[in-house]
Write a protein that binds this ligand. Structure first.
Ligand SMILES: Cc1cc2nc3c(=O)[nH]c(=O)nc-3n(C[C@H](O)[C@H](O)[C@H](O)COP(=O)(O)OP(=O)(O)OC[C@H]3O[C@@H](n4cnc5c(N)ncnc54)[C@H](O)[C@@H]3O)c2cc1C
Length: 154
């Protein structure tokens, strides 16, 4: 048994938690501070092909089948898409990915990880008032996160 801490419950962290479903010898938890974020929520055909549950699931979404291009002079062209673009509210998208991670066995802790100390044999995460030890840490806290400077160099 190994403890894996996944920091960040956005698409990367939540899918990471899901992928480990197949390796059930490992226990894991993940943290998340904010499920919403400004985002178009648009998913391309490639994404849908890779993760069909995003099209077939029961969650509310919009399917875009035509797009209209409008030039600065007002010329218009309508295009029909061979495959729809799927648009989610980002809160719904993040929520459903986290639900799947939870269903796969992840324990979701909704608090901020303030620090990661990777100097000891096990990594130690400071989560609010608590300290949590983990054998492995996945940092999926988004492009702009402050955790890397305090961690051991890769
Ligand atoms: C305005 C805008 C529009 C976009 N539109 C689209 C689009 O239409 N389609 C598309 O595919 N992509 C779009 N993107 C890009 C998309 O949002 C990112 O590629 C994607 O969110 C990256 O996922 P991620 O899991 O790596 O990071 P994030 O989604 O940023 O998730 C990181 C998570 O970690 C959490 N976190 C951060 N620090 C900590 C901490 N210290 N402790 C605990 N948790 C922490 C955050 O709260 C967040 O929940 C858009 C981005 C922006 C900014």
């Amino acid at each position: 048994m190994r403890d894996i801490a996944i920091v960040g419950g956005g698409p990367a962290g939540a899918m990471c938690g899901n992928i480990w479903r197949a390796r059930d010898a490992w226990s894991r938890f993940m943290t998340n501070i904010w499920p919403g974020k400004p985002c178009g929520g648009g998913l391309t055909h490639k994404a849908i092909q890779a993760y069909p549950f995003l099209l077939n699931g029961p969650y509310p979404k919009k399917l875009i089948r035509t797009v209209e291009l409008i030039s600065s002079k007002g010329h218009r062209a309508q295009l029909s898409l061979d495959h729809p673009i799927v648009i989610y509210s980002r809160t719904v998208l993040n929520g459903l990915l986290l639900e799947r991670a939870e269903a796969a066995g992840c324990r979701v802790v909704r608090s901020r990880v303030n620090q990661i100390d990777a100097d000891g044999e096990r990594a130690r995460l400071t989560v609010g008032e608590n300290r949590i030890d983990a054998d492995f840490v996945v940092i999926a806290a988004g492009a702009r996160n402050s955790l890397l400077p305090n961690t051991r160099p890769f």
